[in-house]
Design a protein around this ligand. Structure first.
Ligand SMILES: [Zn+2]
Length: 423
């Protein structure tokens, strides 16, 4: 037996010890992680011992109609790394019905710059470490784990079966969240979701750790992952050849936390039916810029199931009754009561008292400027109260002077460079 084999056996014994410790650790009072799933009514009662009082208050505040609906849903999280583990924790704390986790990786000390995992879990599979922590946080959530790589053919079949029958009552799952870090796994999820017509969210964080995004994919309605492949893939470069020994991607717990937050926020909006779900939402940490857009499907997509879903979507749109103007109006938030007697200021400026208008110079609303509805003339818009004046003239009053104008020249670029070097 080589020295390397002995070291490996030692490591395995250490891992067994850790697993044993995790399993035999005394749970906190009132929590029995080994117990069967407990169906508990989500109570809105405001007492310190109720884990759901703050969530059920969303109903009272008029944000959601029935928060308890969350217990009906099954969400699959593929990849429980920096983004996926935090996503799983948030959904667990929100009391999701069932959570199915897929990953084939192990917890490493190199992951400790991120949230969720603990150094004592190093060496354990990510799914079993996650399952133990999540069950302890909320034993009401059913957790199912798969220590598999969905990009392998046999395991892809298993993944498809889970998507078809993994729901709470043996039906299909409700939503798939992709928290993987490679194109191959995203393509596997894309293929499965196109075939099963399942909605999914994709998420990602850039290798320099300062950008991220989430994207909502509805087969047939929005672009799938094959509709617009990333440049690296379109150039037929093997992603694995880009990785170099001794060089790893950067990661920050902050960016990953933001992306996980955006992902779960949109998941909750989708499942519980409130607000607007973002199709694509980017995040640039350097400038705090959040671009958003919608990408339409490609009618020449290489995925045949995507083309089928596109046809189905177009047929559905044709047969669906058209919305009336009233239906298009924004849903008003209605509170059951107004315990604190909160009053909202009227948008109409006439509601503002004379005293207030004397003190503040109000800026006309942007939409009024655009529509030009309330402003009779530019002079009226630009007029100021007594004692105030503009620091700069308006653009049309600034006549360009001769020197600032760029003139045409017959000189070559080299001649211009020579002139510049003389300056
Ligand atoms: Zn497509």
């Amino acid at each position: 037996m080589s020295l390397e084999d002995v070291e490996n056996i030692k490591k395995r014994i250490e891992n067994f010890k850790k697993t044993l410790m995790e399993l035999t650790e005394t749970p906190p009072p009132g929590v029995d992680p080994s117990a069967e799933h407990k169906v508990r009514e989500m109570s809105a009662e405001v007492v310190d011992s109720n884990p759901y009082s703050r969530l059920m208050a969303l109903q009272r505040m008029g944000i959601v109609n029935n928060y308890q609906d969350i217990r009906k849903y099954t969400v699959v999280v593929v990849g429980v790394g920096g983004v996926g583990s935090v996503t799983a924790e948030m959904l667990t704390r929100c009391g999701i019905g069932k959570l199915i986790l897929f990953d084939y990786d192990k917890v490493e000390l190199a992951n400790m710059n991120r949230l969720f995992y603990q150094p004592s879990q190093a060496g354990l599979s990510k799914v079993s470490a996650a399952s133990m922590t999540l069950t302890r946080i909320n034993p009401d959530v059913q957790i199912e784990t798969y220590n598999t790589n969905i990009t392998l053919t046999t395991q892809f079949e298993e993944f498809m079966n889970v998507l078809k029958t993994g729901g709470i009552n043996g039906d299909r799952v409700d939503l798939v969240l992709s928290c993987v870090d490679n194109y191959e796994a995203r393509m596997a999820i894309n293929t499965a979701c196109n075939e099963l017509s399942l909605n999914w969210f994709e998420s990602g964080v850039s290798e320099n750790a300062v950008c991220g995004h989430i994207q909502y994919l509805v087969p047939g309605e929005s672009a799938c992952f094959s509709c617009a492949p990333p440049l690296v893939v379109a150039s037929e470069i093997d992603e694995k050849t880009l990785k170099k020994d001794g060089v790893c991607a950067a990661s920050l717990p902050t960016t990953m936390g933001v992306v996980a937050g955006l992902l779960v926020q949109n998941t909750l909006k989708k499942l519980l039916g409130f607000g607007t779900v973002s199709w694509y939402l980017g995040y640039n940490a350097l400038t705090d810029f959040f671009p958003s857009m919608m990408i339409k499907p490609n009618p020449n997509c290489s995925d045949r199931f995507c083309i089928m879903r596109q046809e189905e979507f177009l047929n559905r749109v044709k047969t669906e009754p058209q919305c009336t103007n009233e239906e298009l109006l924004e849903d008003k938030v209605i509170h059951e009561d107004n315990a604190w007697g909160i009053l909202l200021a009227d948008d109409d400026t006439t509601a503002v008292s004379n005293e207030a208008t004397a003190e503040f110079v109000t800026t006309p609303k942007a939409e009024n400027i655009n529509k030009n509805t309330s402003i009779k003339s530019e002079e009226e818009y630009l007029s100021l109260n007594d004692g105030l004046e503009f620091a700069y003239p308006s653009a049309d009053q600034t006549a360009p002077n001769e020197e600032s104008l760029v003139k045409d020249t017959d000189l070559t670029v080299d001649e211009l460079r020579a002139q510049m070097s003389l300056l």
